[in-house]
Write a protein of this length. Sequence first.
Length: 133
Amino acid sequence: MDIELLKQKALEAKEKAYAPYSGFHVGAALMTKDGKIYQGANVENASYSLTVCAERTAAFSAKLAGESEFEAIVITSDSKDFTPPCGACRQVLAELCGEELDVILLRPDNKTKTFKLKELLPFSFGSKQLNDV
């Protein structure tokens, strides 16, 4: 896995964010097991509840392209600290990418922290619960 390329793609995606209300730009780059990269950026809306996060943008794009096996996602933002995915993004990533996904948080100083998604969303809700009904 080319982490440096994935980090660069997340930074590029952050520059494309549409954040006129919060001014908080987030970029994500999601890598499939075969090395394809899907970028995402947050897209805000004046009706705040309609805003979409960078992680979901990347995951939805990959899913629409027919991808189903993922290795890692890098998430970066304007913050000086690490920016973890919100709860909604954790749920979507669990559903579409799997709990073994590496979630790599990237600060502006190029420092990273890496987690398995299952560490960020333990005891997650998913299709197993729906299939047990």
